[in-house]
Design a protein around this ligand. Structure first.
Ligand SMILES: O=C(O)CCC(=O)C(=O)O
Ligand SMILES: [Fe+2]
Length: 349
Protein backbone atom coordinates (compact mmCIF):
# COMPACT_ATOMS: atom_id res chain seq x y z
CA UNK A 1 0.00 0.00 0.00
CA UNK A 2 1.27 3.43 -0.89
CA UNK A 3 1.64 5.56 2.21
CA UNK A 4 2.55 9.12 3.02
CA UNK A 5 6.21 8.13 2.98
CA UNK A 6 6.02 8.26 -0.84
CA UNK A 7 5.55 12.00 -0.76
CA UNK A 8 8.94 12.56 0.91
CA UNK A 9 11.05 10.44 -1.45
CA UNK A 10 12.04 13.25 -3.80
CA UNK A 11 12.90 15.54 -0.94
CA UNK A 12 16.18 14.36 0.54
CA UNK A 13 17.57 16.22 3.52
CA UNK A 14 21.17 16.80 4.52
CA UNK A 15 22.18 14.75 7.58
CA UNK A 16 22.72 17.91 9.61
CA UNK A 17 18.97 18.44 9.34
CA UNK A 18 18.29 14.92 10.59
CA UNK A 19 20.73 14.12 13.41
CA UNK A 20 19.66 15.80 16.66
CA UNK A 21 22.09 17.41 19.07
CA UNK A 22 23.10 15.28 22.04
CA UNK A 23 21.27 17.41 24.59
CA UNK A 24 22.24 15.33 27.60
CA UNK A 25 25.38 17.18 28.68
CA UNK A 26 25.17 20.78 27.56
CA UNK A 27 25.94 23.53 30.08
CA UNK A 28 24.95 26.34 27.70
CA UNK A 29 23.04 26.99 24.51
CA UNK A 30 25.21 26.43 21.39
CA UNK A 31 25.06 29.23 18.77
CA UNK A 32 23.57 26.76 16.31
CA UNK A 33 20.48 26.60 18.54
CA UNK A 34 20.17 30.29 19.42
CA UNK A 35 17.13 32.20 18.14
CA UNK A 36 16.89 35.94 18.19
CA UNK A 37 13.51 36.16 19.88
CA UNK A 38 12.70 39.49 21.35
CA UNK A 39 11.62 39.51 24.96
CA UNK A 40 8.19 40.62 23.84
CA UNK A 41 7.96 37.81 21.36
CA UNK A 42 8.86 35.27 23.99
CA UNK A 43 6.64 36.69 26.68
CA UNK A 44 3.98 37.52 24.09
CA UNK A 45 3.36 41.10 25.09
CA UNK A 46 -0.22 40.86 23.93
CA UNK A 47 -0.93 38.32 26.66
CA UNK A 48 -2.81 38.60 29.00
CA UNK A 49 -5.15 40.45 26.70
CA UNK A 50 -7.12 43.64 27.00
CA UNK A 51 -9.43 43.98 29.94
CA UNK A 52 -12.45 43.64 27.72
CA UNK A 53 -11.39 40.15 26.66
CA UNK A 54 -13.04 37.55 28.84
CA UNK A 55 -11.23 34.32 29.62
CA UNK A 56 -13.26 32.31 27.12
CA UNK A 57 -12.14 34.41 24.17
CA UNK A 58 -8.52 34.42 25.33
CA UNK A 59 -7.78 30.72 25.05
CA UNK A 60 -8.78 27.96 22.70
CA UNK A 61 -12.25 26.56 23.45
CA UNK A 62 -12.75 23.51 25.66
CA UNK A 63 -15.29 21.16 24.07
CA UNK A 64 -16.98 18.16 25.65
CA UNK A 65 -17.42 15.48 22.99
CA UNK A 66 -20.48 14.21 24.90
CA UNK A 67 -22.17 17.59 24.54
CA UNK A 68 -25.18 17.21 22.19
CA UNK A 69 -24.08 20.45 20.54
CA UNK A 70 -20.48 19.26 20.05
CA UNK A 71 -20.57 19.38 16.25
CA UNK A 72 -21.50 23.07 16.15
CA UNK A 73 -19.04 23.96 18.88
CA UNK A 74 -16.30 22.20 16.94
CA UNK A 75 -17.30 24.06 13.77
CA UNK A 76 -17.13 27.39 15.58
CA UNK A 77 -13.75 26.55 17.12
CA UNK A 78 -12.37 25.58 13.70
CA UNK A 79 -13.62 28.86 12.23
CA UNK A 80 -12.28 31.09 14.96
CA UNK A 81 -9.12 29.38 16.23
CA UNK A 82 -8.42 26.31 14.13
CA UNK A 83 -7.95 24.51 17.45
CA UNK A 84 -9.73 23.36 20.59
CA UNK A 85 -9.25 21.19 23.66
CA UNK A 86 -11.37 18.06 23.84
CA UNK A 87 -12.63 16.24 26.92
CA UNK A 88 -14.68 13.06 27.17
CA UNK A 89 -12.94 11.99 23.98
CA UNK A 90 -13.21 8.27 24.72
CA UNK A 91 -9.50 7.40 24.52
CA UNK A 92 -8.65 5.28 27.60
CA UNK A 93 -6.42 7.18 30.01
CA UNK A 94 -4.21 4.13 30.57
CA UNK A 95 -3.41 3.93 26.86
CA UNK A 96 -2.36 7.59 26.71
CA UNK A 97 -0.27 7.13 29.83
CA UNK A 98 1.33 4.01 28.35
CA UNK A 99 2.34 5.78 25.14
CA UNK A 100 3.67 8.74 27.13
CA UNK A 101 5.83 6.32 29.14
CA UNK A 102 7.12 4.67 25.95
CA UNK A 103 8.08 8.11 24.60
CA UNK A 104 9.94 8.87 27.83
CA UNK A 105 11.79 5.54 27.67
CA UNK A 106 12.70 6.03 24.04
CA UNK A 107 14.09 9.54 24.37
CA UNK A 108 16.04 8.73 27.53
CA UNK A 109 18.06 6.04 25.73
CA UNK A 110 21.75 6.69 25.02
CA UNK A 111 22.25 8.68 21.81
CA UNK A 112 23.99 5.79 20.04
CA UNK A 113 20.97 3.57 20.56
CA UNK A 114 18.51 6.18 19.27
CA UNK A 115 20.69 6.82 16.22
CA UNK A 116 20.16 3.19 15.15
CA UNK A 117 16.67 4.28 14.11
CA UNK A 118 17.80 7.51 12.45
CA UNK A 119 15.47 8.70 9.69
CA UNK A 120 17.20 8.28 6.36
CA UNK A 121 17.46 11.21 3.93
CA UNK A 122 14.33 11.17 1.81
CA UNK A 123 12.34 9.18 4.36
CA UNK A 124 9.55 10.26 6.65
CA UNK A 125 9.86 7.81 9.54
CA UNK A 126 12.32 7.20 12.36
CA UNK A 127 14.30 9.23 14.86
CA UNK A 128 15.53 12.73 14.10
CA UNK A 129 15.09 16.46 14.05
CA UNK A 130 11.80 18.03 13.04
CA UNK A 131 11.04 17.68 9.32
CA UNK A 132 10.71 21.47 9.14
CA UNK A 133 14.30 22.03 10.30
CA UNK A 134 15.74 23.08 6.88
CA UNK A 135 13.34 26.01 6.65
CA UNK A 136 14.73 27.84 9.70
CA UNK A 137 18.09 29.51 10.30
CA UNK A 138 18.63 27.92 13.74
CA UNK A 139 18.09 24.42 15.06
CA UNK A 140 15.31 23.54 17.46
CA UNK A 141 15.54 22.22 21.01
CA UNK A 142 13.75 19.04 20.08
CA UNK A 143 14.01 15.36 19.18
CA UNK A 144 11.29 13.46 17.36
CA UNK A 145 10.31 9.96 16.33
CA UNK A 146 7.89 9.55 13.44
CA UNK A 147 5.78 6.45 12.82
CA UNK A 148 3.69 5.70 9.73
CA UNK A 149 1.89 2.36 9.90
CA UNK A 150 3.76 -0.26 11.91
CA UNK A 151 6.61 1.02 14.10
CA UNK A 152 8.36 -2.38 14.09
CA UNK A 153 11.02 -1.63 11.45
CA UNK A 154 12.59 1.11 13.59
CA UNK A 155 11.68 -0.35 16.98
CA UNK A 156 13.56 -3.59 16.13
CA UNK A 157 16.71 -1.59 15.45
CA UNK A 158 16.51 0.11 18.84
CA UNK A 159 15.39 -2.90 20.91
CA UNK A 160 16.31 -6.04 18.87
CA UNK A 161 14.69 -8.47 21.31
CA UNK A 162 12.39 -6.22 23.22
CA UNK A 163 10.41 -4.17 20.69
CA UNK A 164 7.01 -5.84 21.03
CA UNK A 165 5.66 -3.83 23.93
CA UNK A 166 6.40 -0.52 22.21
CA UNK A 167 4.83 -1.72 18.96
CA UNK A 168 1.69 -3.09 20.60
CA UNK A 169 1.01 0.14 22.45
CA UNK A 170 1.64 2.39 19.46
CA UNK A 171 -0.59 0.26 17.24
CA UNK A 172 -3.39 0.33 19.81
CA UNK A 173 -3.00 4.08 20.10
CA UNK A 174 -3.10 4.56 16.33
CA UNK A 175 -6.33 2.54 16.12
CA UNK A 176 -8.04 4.54 18.86
CA UNK A 177 -6.86 7.85 17.44
CA UNK A 178 -8.13 6.89 14.01
CA UNK A 179 -11.59 6.25 15.44
CA UNK A 180 -11.61 9.61 17.21
CA UNK A 181 -10.32 11.41 14.12
CA UNK A 182 -13.10 9.79 12.08
CA UNK A 183 -15.74 11.12 14.48
CA UNK A 184 -14.33 14.63 14.21
CA UNK A 185 -13.97 14.38 10.44
CA UNK A 186 -17.57 13.24 9.98
CA UNK A 187 -18.73 16.29 11.90
CA UNK A 188 -16.50 18.66 9.93
CA UNK A 189 -17.59 17.24 6.56
CA UNK A 190 -21.22 17.43 7.59
CA UNK A 191 -20.82 21.09 8.53
CA UNK A 192 -19.16 21.72 5.17
CA UNK A 193 -21.97 19.90 3.35
CA UNK A 194 -19.45 17.71 1.55
CA UNK A 195 -21.26 15.17 -0.66
CA UNK A 196 -21.69 11.50 0.35
CA UNK A 197 -19.48 10.53 -2.57
CA UNK A 198 -16.58 12.67 -1.31
CA UNK A 199 -17.00 11.33 2.26
CA UNK A 200 -16.82 7.64 1.45
CA UNK A 201 -13.17 7.29 2.42
CA UNK A 202 -13.85 8.15 6.08
CA UNK A 203 -13.71 4.95 8.12
CA UNK A 204 -11.78 3.07 5.44
CA UNK A 205 -8.39 1.45 5.90
CA UNK A 206 -6.26 3.40 3.47
CA UNK A 207 -6.33 6.76 5.24
CA UNK A 208 -3.02 8.53 5.79
CA UNK A 209 -2.15 8.54 9.47
CA UNK A 210 1.08 9.19 11.34
CA UNK A 211 2.17 9.28 14.97
CA UNK A 212 4.84 11.73 16.05
CA UNK A 213 6.57 11.45 19.44
CA UNK A 214 8.14 14.75 20.48
CA UNK A 215 10.69 15.48 23.18
CA UNK A 216 11.80 18.93 24.35
CA UNK A 217 14.67 18.56 26.84
CA UNK A 218 15.08 21.14 29.60
CA UNK A 219 17.14 24.00 28.26
CA UNK A 220 19.87 26.14 29.89
CA UNK A 221 18.66 29.31 28.10
CA UNK A 222 15.00 28.83 27.25
CA UNK A 223 14.41 32.45 26.22
CA UNK A 224 16.91 32.15 23.38
CA UNK A 225 15.77 28.69 22.25
CA UNK A 226 12.85 27.32 20.26
CA UNK A 227 11.25 23.92 20.85
CA UNK A 228 9.37 23.72 17.59
CA UNK A 229 9.29 26.66 15.18
CA UNK A 230 6.00 28.15 13.95
CA UNK A 231 4.20 25.89 11.49
CA UNK A 232 0.81 24.61 10.43
CA UNK A 233 0.27 20.86 10.24
CA UNK A 234 -0.03 18.96 6.98
CA UNK A 235 -3.12 17.04 8.07
CA UNK A 236 -6.87 17.24 8.14
CA UNK A 237 -6.94 17.11 11.93
CA UNK A 238 -4.08 16.69 14.40
CA UNK A 239 -4.89 15.20 17.81
CA UNK A 240 -2.26 15.96 20.42
CA UNK A 241 -1.51 14.64 23.88
CA UNK A 242 0.83 16.95 25.79
CA UNK A 243 2.39 16.27 29.19
CA UNK A 244 1.67 18.66 32.05
CA UNK A 245 4.34 21.16 30.99
CA UNK A 246 3.46 24.36 29.17
CA UNK A 247 5.08 25.17 25.86
CA UNK A 248 2.51 24.85 23.08
CA UNK A 249 1.27 28.20 21.76
CA UNK A 250 -1.21 29.08 19.04
CA UNK A 251 -1.03 32.28 17.05
CA UNK A 252 -4.19 34.34 16.97
CA UNK A 253 -4.40 37.54 14.97
CA UNK A 254 -4.87 40.52 17.22
CA UNK A 255 -3.78 38.52 20.24
CA UNK A 256 -0.35 37.10 19.46
CA UNK A 257 0.97 33.78 20.80
CA UNK A 258 -1.59 32.22 23.10
CA UNK A 259 -0.53 29.37 25.41
CA UNK A 260 -2.47 26.11 25.38
CA UNK A 261 -2.40 25.12 29.02
CA UNK A 262 -2.25 21.38 29.63
CA UNK A 263 -5.38 19.91 31.19
CA UNK A 264 -5.49 16.35 32.52
CA UNK A 265 -7.60 13.93 30.42
CA UNK A 266 -7.86 16.48 27.65
CA UNK A 267 -6.53 16.28 24.11
CA UNK A 268 -5.66 19.24 21.91
CA UNK A 269 -7.12 19.15 18.41
CA UNK A 270 -6.06 21.43 15.62
CA UNK A 271 -7.12 21.69 12.02
CA UNK A 272 -4.40 21.31 9.45
CA UNK A 273 -3.83 22.60 5.93
CA UNK A 274 -5.96 19.87 4.34
CA UNK A 275 -9.16 20.86 6.12
CA UNK A 276 -8.35 24.51 5.44
CA UNK A 277 -8.24 23.66 1.73
CA UNK A 278 -11.37 21.48 1.75
CA UNK A 279 -13.33 24.12 3.63
CA UNK A 280 -12.23 26.81 1.16
CA UNK A 281 -10.48 28.60 4.04
CA UNK A 282 -13.62 28.66 6.23
CA UNK A 283 -11.74 26.57 8.81
CA UNK A 284 -8.42 28.01 9.89
CA UNK A 285 -5.25 26.00 10.07
CA UNK A 286 -3.70 26.99 13.36
CA UNK A 287 -0.17 28.37 13.29
CA UNK A 288 1.53 26.94 16.36
CA UNK A 289 4.94 26.63 17.98
CA UNK A 290 6.51 25.20 21.14
CA UNK A 291 8.70 27.03 23.65
CA UNK A 292 11.00 25.25 26.09
CA UNK A 293 11.83 25.69 29.74
CA UNK A 294 14.77 25.57 32.07
CA UNK A 295 13.92 22.85 34.53
CA UNK A 296 11.21 20.71 32.98
CA UNK A 297 11.33 18.24 30.12
CA UNK A 298 8.30 18.24 27.87
CA UNK A 299 6.85 15.40 25.78
CA UNK A 300 3.98 15.26 23.33
CA UNK A 301 2.36 12.67 21.09
CA UNK A 302 0.72 13.94 17.90
CA UNK A 303 -1.57 11.91 15.65
CA UNK A 304 -1.92 13.32 12.15
CA UNK A 305 -5.01 12.23 10.24
CA UNK A 306 -5.42 12.74 6.49
CA UNK A 307 -7.44 11.21 3.64
CA UNK A 308 -5.93 8.48 1.38
CA UNK A 309 -2.99 9.85 -0.60
CA UNK A 310 -4.79 9.74 -3.95
CA UNK A 311 -7.83 11.63 -2.59
CA UNK A 312 -8.44 14.87 -4.46
CA UNK A 313 -8.68 17.85 -2.15
CA UNK A 314 -10.88 20.47 -3.67
CA UNK A 315 -12.99 23.13 -2.05
CA UNK A 316 -16.36 21.59 -2.92
CA UNK A 317 -19.88 22.68 -2.05
CA UNK A 318 -18.84 26.20 -1.39
CA UNK A 319 -20.96 29.20 -1.95
CA UNK A 320 -18.11 31.36 -3.15
CA UNK A 321 -15.34 30.91 -5.73
CA UNK A 322 -12.77 28.22 -4.94
CA UNK A 323 -9.68 29.72 -3.35
CA UNK A 324 -7.47 26.72 -4.05
CA UNK A 325 -6.93 24.53 -7.07
CA UNK A 326 -7.63 20.82 -6.70
CA UNK A 327 -4.63 18.76 -5.53
CA UNK A 328 -4.21 15.17 -4.38
CA UNK A 329 -3.14 14.60 -0.80
CA UNK A 330 0.17 13.20 -2.06
CA UNK A 331 0.80 16.24 -4.26
CA UNK A 332 0.11 18.62 -1.39
CA UNK A 333 2.42 16.73 0.98
CA UNK A 334 5.18 16.89 -1.54
CA UNK A 335 4.68 20.64 -2.17
CA UNK A 336 4.70 21.24 1.60
CA UNK A 337 7.87 19.15 2.08
CA UNK A 338 9.67 21.26 -0.52
CA UNK A 339 8.15 24.71 -0.01
CA UNK A 340 6.85 24.62 3.58
CA UNK A 341 5.19 27.99 4.41
CA UNK A 342 4.54 28.84 0.76
CA UNK A 343 2.57 25.67 0.05
CA UNK A 344 -0.92 27.12 0.51
CA UNK A 345 -0.20 30.18 -1.59
CA UNK A 346 1.28 27.96 -4.31
CA UNK A 347 -2.08 26.24 -4.76
CA UNK A 348 -4.13 29.42 -4.35
CA UNK A 349 -6.24 30.37 -7.33
O1 LIG B 1 4.63 19.37 21.09
C1 LIG B 1 3.61 19.99 20.82
O2 LIG B 1 2.86 20.43 21.69
C2 LIG B 1 3.23 20.26 19.39
C3 LIG B 1 3.84 19.31 18.41
C4 LIG B 1 3.54 19.68 17.00
O3 LIG B 1 3.12 20.76 16.71
C5 LIG B 1 3.78 18.69 15.92
O4 LIG B 1 4.29 17.59 16.19
O5 LIG B 1 3.44 19.03 14.76
FE1 LIG C 1 2.32 20.77 14.71
Amino acid sequence: METLSEAYKEHTLHLRHIIPLDFSSLPSLPDSHAWSLSNDDYNNNTFPFNDDDDASSSSIPMIDLMDPNAMHLIGHACETWGAFQLKNHGIPFGLIEGVEQEAKNLFSLPTQQKLKALRSPGAATGYGRAQISPFFPSFMWHEGFTIIGSPSHHAKKIWPTDFQHFCDLIEKYEKQMKILAERLTKMALELLEISEEKRKWVGGNNISGAVQLNFYPSCPEPKRAMGLAPHTDTSLFTILHQTQTTGLQIFKEGKGWVPVHPNPNTLVVNTGDLLHIMSNARFRCALHRVTVNRSRKRYSVAYFYSPPIDYVLSPLNVHSAARFRAVTVKEYFSIKAKKFGEALSLIST
